[in-house]
Design a protein around this ligand. Structure first.
Ligand SMILES: CC(C)(COP(=O)(O)OP(=O)(O)OC[C@H]1O[C@@H](n2cnc3c(N)ncnc32)[C@H](O)[C@@H]1OP(=O)(O)O)[C@@H](O)C(=O)NCCC(=O)NCCS
Length: 199
């Protein structure tokens, strides 16, 4: 797999660079750099991957940050993005790289593309944020845990317009990738407000 960085250079230090046999090319780009065709391809991929459960809000949540796209020629076969959110924990608003829209086309799964996408997203998180976080589907929980993401063992909440609200339904499904933030494992982690699924 060839790995192209945002500035168009290749990064031979990434493990994906050696995986030519997968015949996909990873590209990293900010939302602002994506063409209408690229944005549409992401939407189609995510609609298919989440089998009709991918909402307009879900789509919007994946925008405004860095995308990693896996292309096979003109076909998009994988995507993930990292957007900045503030997570309140221990009295601090942590600069958090929040992972959204991770999916591999169904006929390309279990070939390591998901791992390559995550490797690139984690590189962005480690380079720019104090903490990584995401909300895992049941299917993907093991995938993230195997990569060193930890299920958050404390409570989770949202800073809603009316104040802090606990989001019990999300407990167990929020995963974090510690970078530099000091975390209290059984404490509360509160996300900033947004429409749709807050986590
Ligand atoms: C989760 C998802 C992104 C993983 O993508 P993927 O490309 O299949 O991921 P990988 O191939 O890197 O790894 C997945 C598994 O396949 C295994 N695998 C990798 N290459 C393999 C190969 N050549 N043969 C068999 N298995 C392989 C990996 O070891 C891993 O196993 P594990 O589940 O036991 O850890 C994909 O399943 C998906 O799109 N799911 C639907 C959308 C979704 O739920 N997204 C997550 C939102 S939070």
């Amino acid at each position: 797999m060839g790995v192209t960085t945002a500035d168009g250079g290749s990064d031979p230090t990434q493990p994906g660079a050696a995986r030519i046999a997968r015949m996909a090319e990873l590209r990293t780009a900010h939302t602002a750099e994506l063409s209408p065709r690229g944005l549409q391809a992401i939407r189609v991929l995510l609609d298919d991957a989440f089998v009709g459960e991918f909402t307009e809000d879900d789509h919007e949540h994946a925008l405004g940050g860095m995308h990693v796209l896996a292309w096979e020629g003109r076909e998009l076969i994988g995507h993930g993005s990292v957007v900045m959110r503030r997570l309140l924990h221990g009295g601090r608003a942590l600069r958090t790289g929040y992972v959204e829209g991770v999916a591999v086309r169904v006929d390309r799964r279990r070939r390591g593309h998901g791992a390559d996408l995550m490797h690139a997203l984690e590189r962005v998180i480690r380079g720019a944020y104090e903490l990584g976080a995401l909300s895992a589907t049941g299917e993907a929980a093991h995938f993230y845990a195997a990569r060193g993401w930890r299920a958050w063992t404390g409570t989770v909440s949202v800073i809603a317009p009316g104040g802090l609200e606990r989001t019990e339904a999300d407990e167990g499904g929020v995963y974090v990738l510690p970078v530099s933030a000091a975390l209290t494992p059984h404490g509360d982690l509160a996300c900033d407000w947004r429409s749709g699924d807050v986590w």
